[in-house]
Ligand binder design. Structure first.
Ligand code: SAM
Length: 288
């Protein structure tokens, strides 16, 4: 059965009495070329395990299982379990977990399924849960090598944005602190059934062996970043001194910027991740 063929996929789903749920973000990928690009970008090989979140009917899952050591997929929708049991029947390196990825204990799941083996994550998820899942994985101590994700085009732009661009924000800094992100390809609505209203992009986040910049205190670094972007239109000095997350005196910020050779009228969005690190290291410790 060719699951990327729209008619074959529709017949399979009909046979199981399945109907698409909008609230679960069920837009199934049917573009063979994009499916292959996701697998290639993930760097999967038969020494590596893969965690797939939201396998749907198993179109991508089949391709992952063909080259992975082991694939574990977490799918929330009970109605897809019989579908996946059929489409994944020939793979003995595959395990399906019927659960909500937002509710499972990821640390425990990964330990139980993969032990301490490195793994990669592949997901084509509803857009509203992508960011919390990505951050949860990146902030964990799990041996995750990379994440290859189908995300809304705008989210991909924010994750890869450099300083001073309109898409640059706290998400760009957080993603680039932990990973080296790259855009794999675009996916227009006609690549899915049913067609979504928005355009998507596939993004690959290669997890760094150590963070991109060295910071004295990670929590404080991210509070500085969050404060700087919380009030984008304000100067950095005003955004930091009026931040709800940290308490820093104006004189201290002015002196830190002066020391770094940065104008005191600069906005936070102009600072590179390296400059945020230098600034937070200079300002630390401040009363939180
Ligand atoms: N991977 C398939 C594909 O590319 O064709 C399906 C992708 S579809 C955009 C999203 C999938 O994520 C659906 O199968 C949906 O049921 C599942 N899903 C949605 N929310 C989820 C959650 N909280 N936990 C696990 N799976 C979820």
């Amino acid at each position: 059965m060719n699951l990327s063929h729209p008619l074959e996929l529709k017949l399979l789903l009909q046979r199981h009495g399945f109907s698409f749920s909008k609230s679960l973000g069920q837009n199934f990928l049917i573009d063979e070329h994009i499916l292959d690009q996701i697998v290639a970008a993930s760097g999967l090989n038969n020494d590596l395990c893969a965690l797939e979140i939201g396998p749907g009917a198993g179109t991508l899952t089949q391709k992952l299982a063909m080259c992975a050591k082991q694939v574990v997929a977490v799918e929330i929708d009970k109605a897809l379990i019989p579908v996946l049991n059929e489409t994944m029947a020939g793979f003995d390196n595959f395990k399906l977990i019927n659960a909500d990825i937002m509710q499972v204990d990821l640390m425990q799941l990964v330990k139980e399924e993969f032990g301490s083996q490195p793994f990669i994550v592949v997901a084509n998820l509803p857009y509203y849960i992508t960011t919390p899942i990505v951050m949860n994985l990146l902030e964990s101590t799990l041996p995750v090598r990379s994440l290859t994700l189908m995300v809304q085009k705008e989210v991909a732009a924010r994750m890869t944005a450099q300083n001073a661009g309109k898409d640059y924000g706290a998400l760009s800094v957080a993603v680039q602190y932990h990973t080296s992100p790259s855009l794999v390809c675009k996916a227009e609505p006609h690549c899915f059934i049913p067609q979504p209203k928005v355009s998507s992009s596939v993004i690959h986040l290669d997890v760094l062996a150590s963070p991109a910049v060295s910071v004295q205190d990670e929590k404080f670094f991210f509070q500085v970043v969050k404060s700087a972007f919380g009030q984008r239109r304000k100067t950095l000095v005003n955004a930091l001194t009026k931040s709800p997350y940290i308490h820093i005196e104006k004189e201290k910020v002015l002196s830190a910027l002066d020391q770094m050779g940065i104008s005191n009228t600069i906005r936070g969005e102009k600072l590179s991740i390296q400059q945020f690190a230098e600034l937070s290291n200079t300002l630390f410790p401040a009363s939180l």
